[in-house]
Design a protein around this ligand. Structure first.
Ligand code: GLU
Ligand code: ZN
Length: 467
């Protein structure tokens, strides 16, 4: 089999959104799965809408996702000579021609076609005139007049277009610039692309691009048109549905692997498996199991998957994206060992890196204020007595390992005839500021002896000032 060559050709008119990222992912996975090549091409011919900021944002999001390319990035604006060469080739071979019809002529054709109930299309006035190149002439492709153009789509199946309904579309504008479909076809041909997976909003462009292949006698690539990603109300995903860009999800504390996992499930399945690691995706992805129905974007599912991915990521690896978040929150995170231990305690209770960073704050900062409800509930009754007794036990410990801590708690529990919860509740608030926290001994292990005693002391001072 030939090497699979896929591509992702975004138009840089905004950030990389969920739908685009899914398209990139499918093409990338298919190339990686087959040992093929993946090309990145920037379709920046629309000067009015393309921006450098969008190009940068697209690169940044792809890099964050870990979608790497083997070839490119190519920029269409740097390839105009090539497009001109192909346009000339098509003219010389009799597959394209100059057309000098004025906008008024074209308008008249439209009106005439509509009046007789037909679709507005170019009527072929210049098709057989063999006109020479003149200023302001456009170039049109000689499209077949009869028969059908058929896409054997790997996702949607057989899609037939009546050639009589397609017209001799413009491949070069009067200012000499190539049109969109010409540029895409020439690029895919010259880059050797043989597999095109793209959104089904491009289905109507496909027969136009296929005509260029046919005119040049070049084998067609394999096409697969992916159903659009929908929002919760089953309309096409758009800004109204909330976050849509990959960078927004990064900023919400989603891991790249979780994002990939979620994106792939918006249109591909492997039995009823929901959780995939990156390597598993590369191993299992195939074209046959791309779905025909549109995926519905559900942010809660993404968050739930993210929690799963957090659990299987090594704490050391979570440290990398977490550190900058903690620095933004004014935490001193120079102590890697402490941070790693803290992460271990937070993994089971974090759906996002943001939750994890917020949850880690109390490890790295003094408690500014105790939660009011927690104070009411846990700093009353015997709380001061309990904490004084526990401090006494803890002060005598050489090690803060789980066993020693458990023994210290047991002594207090026995001496005061209290259950674990009664002893732990005020301590939890003293150490974390709240009445929900990671496990008691784990938490103490991260804080260490000195800090634990300091916080118990501070809580006792706080309580004595209450009365
Ligand atoms: N530039 C097009 C887009 O961003 C993609 C074209 C294609 O995949 O052929 O929608
Ligand atoms: Zn004409």
């Amino acid at each position: 089999m030939d090497t699979i060559i896929t591509r992702f050709p975004p138009s840089p008119t905004g950030y990389l959104h969920v739908g685009g990222a899914r398209t990139a992912l499918f093409n990338w996975l298919y190339a990686r799965h087959t040992g093929g090549r993946f090309i990145l091409r920037i379709e920046d011919t629309d000067a009015a809408r393309s921006t450098q900021a969008s190009v940068d944002a697209i690169f940044e999001s792809l890099e964050w996702l870990g979608i790497d390319w083997d070839d490119g990035p190519y920029f269409q604006t740097q390839r105009y000579d090539l497009y001109r060469e192909y346009i000339k080739k098509l003219i010389d071979a009799g597959h394209a021609y100059y057309c000098t019809c004025s906008p008024e002529d074209i308008e008249a054709m439209r009106e005439k076609a509509m009046a007789s109930g037909g679709k507005p299309k170019y009527d072929g006035t210049c098709r057989e005139k063999n006109l020479p190149e003149t200023p302001n002439a456009v170039v049109r492709l000689k499209a077949p007049l009869t028969g059908t153009t058929v896409i054997e789509d790997v996702v949607k199946g057989h899609i037939a277009f009546q050639n009589a309904e397609l017209d001799d579309y413009i491949i070069q504008r009067s200012d000499g610039s190539p049109t969109y479909n010409l540029a895409v076809a020439v690029d895919d041909i010259t880059m050797g692309v043989n597999t095109i997976l793209r959104g089904d909003d491009h289905v109507n462009n496909t027969p136009k691009q296929m005509m260029i292949y046919k005119a040049l006698g070049i084998d067609l690539p394999l096409y697969g048109h992916l159903p659009m990603v929908l929002g919760s109300d089953k309309t096409r995903l758009s800004k109204r549905h909330g976050a849509m860009s990959v960078s927004e999800f990064r900023d919400m504390g989603i891991l790249p692997d979780a994002m990939l996992n979620y994106l792939v499930r918006l249109g591909w399945s492997h039995g009823d498996q929901e959780f995939f690691t990156r390597n598993e995706l590369i191993e299992k992805f195939n074209i046959e199991h791309i779905g025909r129905s549109a995926g519905v974007f559900d942010q809660n599912k993404l968050f739930a998957l993210n929690a799963e991915h957090i659990k299987v990521t090594a704490p050391r690896d979570l440290m990398v994206p977490l550190k900058p978040l903690l620095k933004q929150r004014d935490c001193d995170v120079a102590d890697d060992e402490k941070l790693e231990k803290a992460i271990v305690t937070l993994v089971p209770r974090s759906k996002t890196l943001i939750e994890m960073a917020d949850g880690a704050l109390f490890y790295f900062k003094d408690i500014e204020a105790y939660d009011e409800k927690a104070v009411e509930k846990c700093f009353s009754g015997q709380a001061a007595e309990i904490m004084t007794a526990l401090s006494g036990e803890l002060a005598g410990l050489d090690s803060f390992d789980e066993k020693s801590l458990e023994d210290a708690f047991k002594k207090v529990m026995e001496n005061m005839s209290l259950g674990f919860g009664k002893v732990a509740n005020p301590v939890r608030v003293a150490l974390s500021g709240k009445n929900v926290s990671p496990g008691m001994f784990e938490m103490m292990g991260v804080l260490g002896k000195e800090e634990t005693l300091k916080r118990l002391e501070a809580a006792l001072t706080f309580i004595s000032a209450l009365t």
